[in-house]
Ligand binder design. Structure first.
Ligand code: ADP
Length: 394
């Protein structure tokens, strides 16, 4: 088999992986995509080949496979069994936080890993797991090069003035600033726009990454100038289980008057809010769209309303708008939500073609629409693989 690169995305209870073949010349090709979910609970490994055909579907009893290291062993064994003579040249990791200093992917060294560990307080629910996967591989495959690709890196071109909060300046110096996230997704879209939508690629574009997490990125000349997310991935739009931007006074109120502990507030903000909290039904947009419950409708309408507000804010930052791009599970698939958002953006010049939207076409707007709207599927794994290839020079 040809040389390969492995891409890993380690979450709190899951480990997603993609194996890319690396032809001597030519494009990276995904040959296996899968994940182990339910680490620490009832683990389940599912994997498919590059054409979507099943490669593996394995379940373990509760209590087996509790660590990322154990999960990695299973993935390693599966890939070696399915792809004989696997030549793994390196591993690329999604690492949520690269701090203020990292605007590019980083080859992992012991010193680099120590630096990345200092960002754990900035992303307590993601960074420790991202780093755990790196450490596990260092133990099991000591010589294997590893590359960290950051969700914050693409936003390091944001407007300087936008990086501040109105707090005493020393907090900014200590790292309390707007970072922005979903950067690997936005970078992939920025790299794809010239071929998909050349007329607007270098213009003023708002990209809406609408998945379980959701954010908007304002781009000009395919560089980030602003994001709806800030110091943490809690900010900005309402998401599946996160509230997005809320009045900070609410956090004080919960602490001082509702008697919640910091740990309970963390859980409330990361796991119990957003579409799930408002609907009381689910964080899954498909279930909400299929539901007749009034609060399912409320949650969807509020989701859209928050996007509408944030589009206005970022269009103001850009000084106008040339295009709106949808991506992520909801952005790529929900006809109704795209219709609602585009209808609210009519004032900006978006002239939706409802039939094109229904058909899921790449361009959603009528010819002559002052602001065009597009659907561009994201591919964060491919972005990580490209970065890893470039850093390793393979
Ligand atoms: P993640 O951030 O976990 O990668 P995704 O980008 O896969 O998330 O997005 C997950 C969200 O996309 C879920 O809310 C899911 O309900 C929604 N979604 C996926 N397919 C559809 C669809 N056909 N219609 C509406 N929502 C969808």
């Amino acid at each position: 088999m040809a040389n390969t690169l492995l891409v890993l995305n380690a979450g709190s209870s899951s480990l997603k992986f993609s194996l890319f073949e690396l032809p001597a010349q030519g494009k990276l090709q995904a040959v296996a995509v899968g994940q182990i979910e339910g680490l620490g609970g009832a683990p389940h490994l599912e994997a498919r080949d590059g054409d979507g055909r099943p490669l593996a579907d394995i379940r373990w009893d509760s209590g087996q496979l509790t660590t990322h290291a154990a999960a990695l062993q299973q993935i390693d064994a599966l890939l070696r069994e399915r792809f004989s003579k696997l030549q793994l040249l390196g591993v690329g990791h999604r690492v949520v936080h690269g701090g203020a200093q990292h605007s590019a992917p980083l080859l992992i060294t012991p010193a680099a890993l120590d630096t990345l560990a200092t960002f754990i307080p900035l992303a307590p629910l993601h960074q420790p797991h991202n780093l755990a996967a790196i450490r596990a591989l260092q133990q099991s495959h000591p010589g294997l090069p590893q590359v960290a690709c950051f969700d914050t890196a693409f936003h390091r071109t944001q407007l300087d003035i936008g990086e501040y909060y109105g707090l005493p300046y020393e907090y900014y110096q200590r790292g309390v600033r707007r970072y922005g996230f979903h950067g690997l997704s936005y970078e992939y879209i920025a790299a794809t726009l010239p071929s998909v939508a050349p007329a607007i690629a270098d213009g003023r574009v708002i990209v809406a990454h609408l998945g379980s997490g959701a954010s908007l990125c304002a781009m000009h000349r395919r560089r980030s100038v602003g994001s709806s997310m800030g110091f943490t991935a809690l900010d900005g739009l309402m998401m599946g289980t996160r509230p997005g931007n809320i009045d900070p006074g609410i956090v004080l109120y919960l602490l001082q008057h509702e008697g919640l502990t910091p740990a309970e507030i963390q859980e409330l903000l990361y796991k119990r809010s957003g579409l799930l909290g408002l609907s009381g039904i689910s964080n899954d947009m498909r279930l909400l769209e299929a539901s007749d419950a009034p609060r399912a409708r409320l949650a969807i309408d509020h989701f859209v309303y928050r996007i509408q507000r944030e589009i206005g804010a970022l269009a103001a930052v850009l000084g106008g708008l040339d295009a709106l791009v949808f991506t992520g599970g909801i952005g790529e698939n929900s006809v109704a939500i795209r219709r609602q958002i585009c209808t609210h953006a009519t004032w900006l010049g978006v002239d939706l073609d409802p039939a094109a939207n229904e058909r899921g076409e790449t361009c959603l707007t009528r010819a002559g629409s002052a602001v065009s709207a597009w659907v561009v599927p994201t591919n964060e794994e491919l972005m990580i693989a490209r970065h890893t290839r470039a850093v390793l020079g393979v």
